[in-house]
Ligand binder design. Structure first.
Ligand SMILES: NC(=O)c1ccc[n+]([C@@H]2O[C@H](COP(=O)([O-])OP(=O)(O)OC[C@H]3O[C@@H](n4cnc5c(N)ncnc54)[C@H](O)[C@@H]3O)[C@@H](O)[C@H]2O)c1
Length: 349
């Protein structure tokens, strides 16, 4: 039975344990210094506080100080912390990651290096490992697609995608982790998966704004929302292709699929709804923080904009929705409906 150590006992880390345990893995779940209350609840046999679902039977729990033990002999390590925590957790877990056959990654975001150069998370992890004197990491498998943690934990039918530069590695783990209700595609398009994963969080804020406009005025803005969705997918594809991704990835599970599910109910959408209803972006964010709701699309928007300036400046004009979200998050005085509409409605050819 292969063993797997999931780093991060939040919603996604705990939820992923369910299909893994069902697929026969020996599963360990390690919580950071922020997760003691989550581990407490699971140890007491209560549902996980973030998913409202019980932890799968047989999953072993480890607290922050037990990292070495949690990683001992792990065949696979999974990074499942919020993107902001990826550098620190990579450093802490490196001795175990290096010995594993693969590092899986559910975290979604971008990361700046010391010089401010924006990197996709797998590249950031490889750089951080190198800075620690480790030149070679096991293959990284980027996990994305339309996966709500609570539904995954409840064994609802779920489609996901494993992306690894080595397609055979992606396929191998897709075979080993799939269950009847958790089915996995494999791709070698690591870049495409890792562009879509954070960008759909940015664009889900824009989708939420349309819903918020409806909530605030009582008037549906479905046409605006649909045009926003379409433009978001185009931009994910355009940016991805510019950076080396395959065009179809944005039109599959990591792009369209994940944008759909995130735009229905994710934290980024909820944040967008607040803005659409009329809350100021910084006040809405403070309230989400108070509710322990990390809105990863906010840092991702600024970092994506920098990434475009650094590595894709010649397509900047083709990414008006990204610019619109950044403008809104920066607190523009212009009516937000107008900002979004200008970005997504067709202009003269
Ligand atoms: N919730 C989902 O449906 C879902 C689905 C797919 C992927 N993801 C991604 O998985 C990652 C984790 O999401 P989640 O839903 O479990 O979030 P969560 O808020 O429930 O848990 C966050 C996890 O990250 C850790 N963390 C937070 N800030 C940290 C910091 N500064 N330093 C170190 N660790 C820190 C927490 O301790 C916790 O383990 C995110 O990048 C998210 O985008 C989430």
């Amino acid at each position: 039975m292969p063993s797997i150590t999931v780093l991060g006992a939040g919603a996604m880390g705990s939820a992923l344990c369910t299909p893994l345990a069902d697929a026969g893995w020996d599963v360990r779940l390690w919580g950071t210094w922020l997760d003691d209350h989550l581990i407490d609840a699971c140890e007491a046999g209560k549902p996980h506080p973030r998913t409202n679902e019980p932890l799968a039977d047989g999953v072993k729990l480890y607290r922050v100080d037990d990292l070495e033990e949690a990683l001992d002999g792990a065949d696979v390590v999974v990074m499942s912390v919020a993107s902001v925590g990826v550098p620190k957790i990579t450093e802490m877990a490196l001795p175990g990651i290096v010995k594993a056959d693969a590092l899986w990654l559910t975290s979604k975001g971008f990361n700046p290096d010391e010089d401010g150069k924006i990197q996709l998370l797998p590249d950031a992890i490889r750089r951080i490992a190198k800075e620690q004197g480790c030149d070679e990491l096991p293959p990284i498998v980027a996990i994305a697609g339309p996966v709500k943690a609570n539904e995954c934990a409840a064994r609802k039918p779920t489609a996901t995608i494993f992306g690894c530069k080595d397609l055979e590695v992606a396929k191998k783990y897709a075979r080993l982790a799939r269950t009847e209700n958790y089915q996995i595609e494999a791709t070698d398009d690591e870049v495409g998966v890792e562009i879509c994963a954070p960008m759909k969080n940015v664009y889900a804020i824009a989708l939420g704004i349309s819903d918020g406009l409806e909530e605030g005025t009582g008037i549906p803005h479905h046409n605006l929302k649909a045009a926003t969705f379409t433009q978001a997918v185009r931009e994910m594809s355009k940016l991805g292709v510019h950076l080396g991704a395959q065009p179809q990835t944005a039109y599959g599970l990591p792009g369209v699929g994940d944008l759909e599910v995130t735009g229905l109910s994710g934290r980024n959408k909820v944040y967008g709804v607040r803005i659409g209803r009329g809350e100021k972006p910084d006040e809405a964010l403070a309230e989400m923080d108070r509710l322990e709701q990390t809105v990863e699309g906010v840092p991702a928007a600024g970092l994506a904009r920098k990434l475009v300036d650094q590595s894709a400046s010649d397509i900047r004009e083709n990414l008006p929705l990204l610019a619109a979200v950044v403008k809104i998050l920066n607190g523009t005085e212009e009516p937000i409906k107008q900002v979004i509409a200008k970005a997504v409605l067709p202009r003269e050819p």
